[in-house]
Design a protein around this ligand. Sequence first.
Ligand SMILES: NC(=O)c1ccc[n+]([C@@H]2O[C@H](COP(=O)([O-])OP(=O)(O)OC[C@H]3O[C@@H](n4cnc5c(N)ncnc54)[C@H](OP(=O)(O)O)[C@@H]3O)[C@@H](O)[C@H]2O)c1
Length: 271
Amino acid sequence: MSKTILITGASTGIGKLTAIYFSQKGWNVSATMRTIEKGQDLLKYPNLKIFRLDVTDDNSIRQAIDSTILAFGQIDVLFNNAGYALVGAFEAMGQEQIKKQFDTNVFGVMNVTKAILPHFRGNKKGTIINTTSMGGLITFPLYSVYHSTKWALEGFTESLQFELKPFNIRMKNIEPGAIRTEFENAIDYFSTSEYDNYTSRAHQNMLDNYKTAPTAEIVAKKVWHAANDTSYRLRYAVGGQGPLLLFMRWLLPLSWFTKIVTSAVEKGIKQ
Ligand SMILES: NC(=O)c1ccc[n+]([C@@H]2O[C@H](COP(=O)([O-])OP(=O)(O)OC[C@H]3O[C@@H](n4cnc5c(N)ncnc54)[C@H](OP(=O)(O)O)[C@@H]3O)[C@@H](O)[C@H]2O)c1
């Protein structure tokens, strides 16, 4: 029997290319998204169905999981992928915007994870793959709130794996570096005149990384590897300079690593 993956945020980017990749590999794919009209071009792929799922809406999560099980019999892998970035001067960000960032990137993942666990426990197997980021283990300027969501996910996943292991449920984190998707267009950017001298240039320097970044197919392949990896390996770094930066952060004292980040991101800023 073919295996089934449920993907959140499959309308664009990493989620969409992962949906296509798994379909082409013969899996059943439940490509979920908050606006199903965005996914019509996916319907040409075999064994792929689209369901509405907004990670901040419990009813839509329940319905998408139930519909997937009805369509394909069971779910083997959950790919928690939906997310976006709040970027800029922390002081300029409103409470609502910060809350929305956590509602999507952290509580969204927790909502879908909690909803699927009874199914995985009942089947005595399952794999949960979260898209964190290299930014879940290292930091860059202007991404303080985004980083805190991805660092939260790293801790969530690392701890949760212990209690789920007796049920044969694996936790895995995909940690992409910069990847060319709709991500940079979906960034919510904030600044004020007091911060502009720093933020505008640093933001542009960060965005420049996306020009030469790989496409999302490289991440789809890594998700495929993680989904088929029967070990309890937790972390899968992928894409662009991500794996190298994570290695440098592991190797170097934080003060050295911070100097490297500062010189790269603060290029051209007059202090
Ligand atoms: N691209 C990178 O450089 C990079 C690097 C590291 C980590 N990541 C992570 O990778 C994941 C995917 O990002 P991407 O690069 O593929 O960007 P993307 O092309 O902008 O895709 C983001 C997806 O998340 C969906 N989404 C946002 N809020 C949602 C919600 N409340 N409920 C359901 N879906 C929602 C979007 O749906 P709509 O179409 O409805 O907006 C879209 O499908 C994110 O978690 C991101 O943080 C990306």
